[in-house]
Write a protein that binds this ligand. Structure first.
Ligand code: GLN
Length: 200
């Protein structure tokens, strides 16, 4: 199994380490490869879009010509996990808590509506315990950093975990989105769940 991680900016190194832990836990002999340009998408079985700054990730991805190809691959079934900024990249509807409409480059493959910076600025970042029973896991302490909120899910998309009534984890077929940072957690639950999606 080969998993690609979009590696321009943000927490791609932390994802690498967490994914390695999840591979070990599930006894998967997996390979991890950084993804920057279209040819890096060749032969991967799944892809992770990390947290960071979605405007930057989107602009770089567009400039390097990978955005459309990513969208095409995801729409035709490539398993993807987008965390925080990565979830923003995946959403079909995105707005910003402060400025409203945004026109940033997106993948736009998932039937969810996202509000960026929903909880406020960097200093309003926080940790919280969420219930992962809908994905067959226990409670987990997770980190929200200038996090967005998933405010609407429709079509085949479904909410898998909430915090105070707001969706923090959503899934639509081969697409998984978290508004928190699973790569910074003590538990590898979310990465393990993603690997189950990849295995099919
Ligand atoms: N606020 C960032 C954005 O809108 C996301 C923050 C994060 O990924 N931790 O892109």
């Amino acid at each position: 199994m080969k998993i690609g991680i979009i590696a321009y900016q943000g927490s791609f190194e932390e994802h690498y380490l967490q994914l390695k832990r999840a591979f070990d836990k599930l006894s998967i002999n997996g390979e991890i490869t950084p993804v920057k340009i279209p040819k890096d998408l060749k032969d991967i079985d799944g892809v992770i879009i990390p947290g960071g700054e979605s405007t930057t990730i989107g602009l770089v991805a567009k400039r390097l010509g990978i955005l459309d190809e990513l969208k095409e691959k995801i729409t035709s079934g490539l398993p993807v996990m987008g965390t925080c900024a990565g979830a923003i990249m995946l959403a079909k509807e995105v707005s910003d808590a402060k400025v409203g409409k945004t026109s940033q480059p997106l993948i736009g493959a998932m039937n969810i509506s996202i509000i960026r910076n929903y909880y406020g600025r960097q200093r309003e970042s926080f940790e919280a315990i969420i219930d992962l029973s809908k994905i067959g896991k226990g409670k987990a302490n997770v980190v929200f950093i200038r996090a967005p909120a998933i405010t609407k899910v429709w079509g085949k998309a479904q909410s898998l975990a909430e915090l105070n009534g707001v969706t923090v984890l959503a899934e639509e077929n081969n697409i998984l989105a978290t508004t928190f940072h699973p790569e910074l957690s003590d538990t590898t639950s979310i990465h393990e769940y993603f690997l189950h999606l990849v295995k099919g």
